[in-house]
Design a protein around this ligand. Sequence first.
Ligand code: WQD
Length: 349
Amino acid sequence: MSIDATPSCILVTGGTGFIGSHTVVVLLEQGHEVVIVDDLSNSSEKVLDRIDQIVGEEAAERLTFVRADVADREALDAIFDEFDIDAVIHFAGYKAVGESVQKPIEYYSNNIGNTLVLVDAMRDHGCKSIIFSSSATVYGDPDELPLTESSPKKPATNPYGWTKWMIEEILGSLVVADPEWNVVLLRYFNPIGAHPSGLMGEDPKGIPNNLLPYVAQVAVGRRDAVHVFGNDYDTPDGTGVRDYIHVMDLAEGHAAALSWMMGRNGCEVFNLGTGNGTSVLQIIEAFSTACGHDLPYVIEPRRAGDVTANWADCTKAREQLGWKAKFNIADMCRDSWNWQSHNPNGYEA
Ligand code: WQD
């Protein structure tokens, strides 16, 4: 274990989810105390045992789990009363793009509503430091690549994207109203991979919407073939290009942002990506190498709302946070396969 930050007490909303759980591991390994608040609506309680196994007994004692909805103000008050929370990392929210188009009321009310309840509780308890899980989706269809933090925000193409877009604005407004607030907006590119132990990874319920969990389920035999959404884009092989980032790099990015923000005020945005673009076909090829057999795929029409390509300029995170992604696509596919092959049904037995 390495302690490279002043130990603090961090409230992590959505801490049993994919990115949240990996971030909790890193925070515990760095010596922090962590309180997870999660209603388990899209995650498994088994994640908590896996976190304990990875970090070991001593660090696990610094973890508290509270099963509650982030919109439950009484539950939040009880947490802030009991713990001296230094900062909040806010992951909790609905995240399925397609579902958000079908259920806009649920998405707006859950994602935006829970954030408002959270920051109201934070203000009342004098905790004004928050890191928010934002997304490269706020850049929309980019005019220029790579995307820097000063690239314009573009209209979102679905309610999920709008919730990220608006929560960024809401948190920015807090700083304008009260300069004591300390807000960090982390814009993730495409998080994939899993903990290298194979004990934690992405476990979507139902048919995966995102490429990597789908590819992993094809590799393990749960699905027949990968559906490639369009091969007529203006990219080298015609398929969509994204900046995939290992979830452990992302987790380290949160820890770096946390150490950086302590003692500061204001609102800062950071891209968290690798700076490299990879196509859908390149992903299928890299995953085939990782799992040791070719993966069948079929070309389908483009998916509505998809952009051709995006990747990040991560200079700002490197210069200011001292953070840089370490893992490449082969590492991401290896760890994703390690997780999927050892846990073919995710956290379910
Ligand atoms: C990647 C590429 C698809 C599935 C979204 C959100 C973002 C973030 C991550 C989530 C694209 C292609 C995909 C498939 C395919 N939020 N694809 N077959 O759309 O870049 O980002 O998820 O929680 O905010 O917008 O990610 O993994 O869905 O797609 O060909 O079965 O793979 O067209 O080019 P996306 P993705």
